[in-house]
Design a protein around this ligand. Structure first.
Ligand code: PEP
Ligand code: MN
Length: 332
């Protein structure tokens, strides 16, 4: 159950209700909000005078549920709004990893020429092998910051453990929590303490309920700026890297109130079908599309097989625009 306390309720009173109901308590800038375990279906009567409204919930998808907010929340990606009253589908594009100043500058120059506003690039890479390129770390973040200052991008970059969160907050506009990190409570709780937008990627063995509950850690910690990203789940299929779960996207749209971004690059794992998949993603009326693009993918230090060449990305944008228009969306 979600309880909105009256604006006159004091911090001490809010803490008292929270203790009595085993709730998570946060302040959403106008009022104290308490989230009780979902099995609680009515508030203790002695606190009735403090409560403005109560939302009874079926399960622990609570703050992110359509039963709480019946539309997609508005969230900012840098200066661009997605969700809310907008029909925006934001393009987030760039290389898998920031590799050098030369590489990220070439990416940035190209993205700018296409009107892309959100540049991505990982600096703390969650690699499967300790012998693979691990990312440039803080040096990479500084390069992204430089691109933001020179070109006016908003920057999307990932955290690999909670010790990186402060650096990523300082240099990026959107903190990406990767598929392998979305169960990391240190990261989730650290991201809850900032107001920066947090992009949570679905773990490849994660149910939709678990995915939604990862978002609850950030929301109930007080940060309401959360977007969900489907990037493929592991199935029996081995011809593709993962399986993009569009049924899951339909579920997320129906039952959650968070903007949804799709990442066909990590799902397929190969360049050849990314444009077709992107059309399918955009046709679902999503809030954003994340695509990996590299100036010279053949020599990329991570995810070389899936990153698009620049000319392929130019064609992808031309391919998705009419699809977006057909479903009442604008690519921004
Ligand atoms: C990435 O975006 O480069 C990445 C590592 O993604 P994921 O966490 O989805 O594997
Ligand atoms: Mn990648």
């Amino acid at each position: 159950m979600i309880l909105h306390l009256k604006t006159t309720a004091t911090e001490a009173q809010a803490k008292q209700v929270a203790a009595a109901t085993s709730s998570v308590l946060f302040h959403d800038s106008t009022r104290h909000v308490l989230v009780t375990p979902s099995k609680l279906k009515s508030a203790p009567t002695q606190f009735e005078s403090l409560i403005d409204s109560a939302f009874v919930m079926d399960n622990d998808l609570q703050l992110g549920s359509r039963n709480y907010i019946d539309h997609t929340r508005s969230v900012k990606v840098g200066s661009v709004e997605i969700g809310g009253n907008t029909n925006n589908t934001i393009l987030i594009a760039g290389p898998c990893s920031v590799e050098s100043e030369e590489q990220i500058r070439e990416s940035a120059t190209f993205m700018k020429s296409l009107g892309v506003t959100a540049l991505r690039g990982g600096c703390y890479k969650p690699r499967t092998s300790p012998y693979s390129f691990q990312g440039l770390g803080l040096e990479g973040l500084k390069l992204l910051s430089k691109m933001r200052d020179e070109f006016g991008f908003s920057i999307v970059s990932e955290v690999r453990d909670a010790t990186h969160v402060d650096d990523v907050i300082e240099h990026a506009d959107v903190i990406q929590i990767g598929a392998k990190s979305m169960y990391d409570h240190g990261i989730l709780r650290a991201c809850a303490k900032t107001n920066k937008t947090v992009l949570i990627k679905r773990g490849f063995g994660t149910t939709l309920q678990e995915f939604a509950q990862a978002a609850e850690f950030v929301l109930s910690g007080g940060n309401q700026n959360v977007v969900l990203c489907e990037r493929g789940i592991r199935t029996f299929e081995t011809k593709t890297r993962f399986t993009l779960d569009l049924c899951g996207v339909a579920w997320l749209k129906e039952y959650t109130n968070l903007p949804i971004i799709l990442d066909p690059s990590h799902a397929l794992g190969y360049r050849y079908g990314i444009s077709d998949l992107s059309k399918a993603c955009v046709a679902m009326g999503i809030d954003g599309l994340l695509v990996e693009v590299h100036p010279n993918p053949e020599v990329a230090k991570s995810d070389a097989a899936q990153q698009l060449h620049h000319d392929e990305f130019t064609q992808l944008i031309q391919a998705i625009k009419p699809v977006a228009a057909a479903v009442g969306r604008t690519i921004v």
